[in-house]
Design a protein around this ligand. Structure first.
Ligand SMILES: [Zn+2]
Length: 122
Protein backbone atom coordinates (compact mmCIF):
# COMPACT_ATOMS: atom_id res chain seq x y z
CA UNK A 1 0.00 0.00 0.00
CA UNK A 2 1.40 3.44 -0.83
CA UNK A 3 2.50 5.47 2.21
CA UNK A 4 0.11 8.35 1.46
CA UNK A 5 -2.86 5.97 1.34
CA UNK A 6 -1.82 4.16 4.50
CA UNK A 7 -1.50 7.55 6.22
CA UNK A 8 -4.99 8.57 5.08
CA UNK A 9 -6.46 5.31 6.36
CA UNK A 10 -4.64 5.52 9.69
CA UNK A 11 -5.60 9.14 10.26
CA UNK A 12 -9.06 8.65 8.71
CA UNK A 13 -8.35 11.55 6.38
CA UNK A 14 -10.30 11.05 3.23
CA UNK A 15 -11.61 7.68 4.35
CA UNK A 16 -15.09 7.19 5.80
CA UNK A 17 -16.35 4.32 7.89
CA UNK A 18 -19.76 3.58 6.46
CA UNK A 19 -21.20 0.09 6.27
CA UNK A 20 -21.58 -1.01 2.67
CA UNK A 21 -21.07 1.34 -0.20
CA UNK A 22 -21.18 5.10 0.31
CA UNK A 23 -20.27 7.92 -2.03
CA UNK A 24 -16.92 8.31 -0.30
CA UNK A 25 -14.24 5.68 -0.02
CA UNK A 26 -14.34 3.44 3.02
CA UNK A 27 -11.74 0.88 4.01
CA UNK A 28 -12.55 -2.66 5.01
CA UNK A 29 -12.01 -6.34 4.35
CA UNK A 30 -13.36 -8.39 1.47
CA UNK A 31 -16.17 -10.57 2.82
CA UNK A 32 -14.95 -13.53 0.76
CA UNK A 33 -11.15 -13.61 0.98
CA UNK A 34 -10.45 -11.16 3.82
CA UNK A 35 -8.11 -8.94 1.79
CA UNK A 36 -7.89 -5.29 2.72
CA UNK A 37 -9.99 -3.32 0.22
CA UNK A 38 -11.46 0.10 -0.45
CA UNK A 39 -15.14 0.45 -1.28
CA UNK A 40 -17.36 3.19 -2.62
CA UNK A 41 -20.29 3.87 -4.86
CA UNK A 42 -18.52 5.34 -7.88
CA UNK A 43 -19.40 8.33 -10.07
CA UNK A 44 -21.70 6.05 -12.10
CA UNK A 45 -23.49 4.96 -8.89
CA UNK A 46 -22.03 1.46 -9.18
CA UNK A 47 -20.64 -0.40 -6.19
CA UNK A 48 -16.89 -0.70 -6.52
CA UNK A 49 -14.44 -2.77 -4.48
CA UNK A 50 -10.78 -2.13 -5.25
CA UNK A 51 -7.41 -3.31 -4.00
CA UNK A 52 -5.46 -0.89 -1.81
CA UNK A 53 -2.60 -0.46 -4.27
CA UNK A 54 -2.29 2.33 -6.79
CA UNK A 55 -0.89 1.26 -10.13
CA UNK A 56 1.42 2.83 -12.69
CA UNK A 57 0.59 3.30 -16.37
CA UNK A 58 1.75 -0.17 -17.34
CA UNK A 59 -0.11 -1.61 -14.37
CA UNK A 60 -3.34 -0.02 -15.51
CA UNK A 61 -2.79 -1.34 -19.02
CA UNK A 62 -2.16 -4.84 -17.71
CA UNK A 63 -5.21 -4.63 -15.45
CA UNK A 64 -7.45 -3.59 -18.36
CA UNK A 65 -6.05 -6.35 -20.56
CA UNK A 66 -6.82 -8.72 -17.71
CA UNK A 67 -10.44 -7.54 -17.83
CA UNK A 68 -10.30 -5.68 -14.55
CA UNK A 69 -11.93 -2.25 -14.23
CA UNK A 70 -9.93 0.73 -12.99
CA UNK A 71 -10.93 3.85 -11.08
CA UNK A 72 -9.31 7.13 -10.29
CA UNK A 73 -8.97 7.68 -6.56
CA UNK A 74 -9.74 11.41 -6.46
CA UNK A 75 -10.54 14.08 -3.95
CA UNK A 76 -8.93 16.18 -1.27
CA UNK A 77 -10.94 16.00 1.95
CA UNK A 78 -12.81 12.81 1.09
CA UNK A 79 -11.77 10.32 -1.54
CA UNK A 80 -14.11 9.15 -4.28
CA UNK A 81 -13.83 6.60 -7.07
CA UNK A 82 -14.21 7.73 -10.66
CA UNK A 83 -14.50 4.96 -13.22
CA UNK A 84 -11.80 5.07 -15.89
CA UNK A 85 -12.85 4.67 -19.48
CA UNK A 86 -10.73 4.87 -22.60
CA UNK A 87 -11.20 8.64 -22.94
CA UNK A 88 -10.30 9.26 -19.26
CA UNK A 89 -7.11 7.26 -19.53
CA UNK A 90 -5.90 9.36 -22.46
CA UNK A 91 -7.02 12.68 -21.00
CA UNK A 92 -5.92 12.05 -17.41
CA UNK A 93 -2.86 9.80 -17.54
CA UNK A 94 -1.41 8.43 -14.33
CA UNK A 95 1.18 10.85 -13.03
CA UNK A 96 -0.78 13.88 -14.22
CA UNK A 97 -2.59 16.32 -11.99
CA UNK A 98 -5.67 18.53 -12.10
CA UNK A 99 -8.04 20.30 -9.68
CA UNK A 100 -8.96 16.92 -8.16
CA UNK A 101 -5.31 16.31 -7.27
CA UNK A 102 -2.81 13.84 -8.68
CA UNK A 103 -4.13 11.10 -10.97
CA UNK A 104 -3.97 7.95 -8.85
CA UNK A 105 -5.53 4.77 -10.13
CA UNK A 106 -6.77 1.67 -8.33
CA UNK A 107 -7.89 -1.67 -9.73
CA UNK A 108 -10.98 -3.82 -9.23
CA UNK A 109 -10.49 -6.34 -6.43
CA UNK A 110 -10.53 -9.99 -7.39
CA UNK A 111 -10.25 -12.54 -4.65
CA UNK A 112 -6.83 -14.16 -4.35
CA UNK A 113 -5.58 -12.32 -7.46
CA UNK A 114 -3.20 -9.86 -5.88
CA UNK A 115 -1.91 -6.85 -7.74
CA UNK A 116 1.55 -7.89 -8.95
CA UNK A 117 4.43 -5.77 -7.66
CA UNK A 118 5.30 -4.82 -11.24
CA UNK A 119 1.88 -3.14 -11.66
CA UNK A 120 2.17 -1.00 -8.59
CA UNK A 121 2.98 2.67 -8.66
CA UNK A 122 5.70 2.43 -6.03
ZN1 LIG B 1 -11.78 -10.94 -2.01
Amino acid sequence: MPDWLLHQIETQQGITYVRGFGKHVSEGRCGTCGARVLRARDDEAQSATVDVYTVGRMGEAWALLDGRATWRLAGHSLLQLWRRHEQNIGSWPIGGKDSSGPVRVVVEHRCRMFIPQAWRES
